[in-house]
Design a binder for this molecule. Sequence first.
Ligand code: ZN
Length: 153
Amino acid sequence: MMDDLRDLYQEVILDHGKSPRNFRHPEDCNRMAEGDNPLCGDQLTVYLKMDRGGLVEDVAFEGRGCAISMASASMMTEMVQGRNEADARALFEKFHKLVTGDDADVNGEDDEDLDKLIVLSGVREFPMRVKCATLAWHTMTAAMDGDETVTTE
Ligand code: ZN
C-alpha cells in the first residue's frame, strides 16, 4: 500500500475514533447487544431500532475501546442505517472478507460500500486488530439475532 494512502486511511480512522458518529443510546431502540473484545479491552453496546419488516430505522452505539474498534463502530452505524436486515448482514459478510483477506475478489470490485470500508482493510495484517474492527459488526448481527452478548473469545 502506498504511504500517502495509508496516511489518508489513518486520518479517517482517527477522525471516526475521536468523534464517533451515532454515539448515543436511542430511547426507542428495540434491539440491543453488548460486544466484548477482552484481548484489547474493547467494550461496546449496539442499539437498533427495527421496524416489523426488518428495516433498520436507527442504529447507534456506546462504549469504549481502541481507535480501530470505535472507528469501525462509527462507520458501521453510518452504513447500516436505512438498510434492511438481509442487506446489513450481507454488508458485514463483505466487510469481514475485506479485513480478513479471505476473498481476493473484493479488492478489484467497484463497490461504493467497500470504497468506504477499505480504510479499515489495513487490519488484515494484524489478526488481533481484525477482532477490534469486526466487534461492532458482530454485535450488530447479535442484536438482530436477539442475542444480548457477544464476545470475540
Ligand atoms: Zn481494539
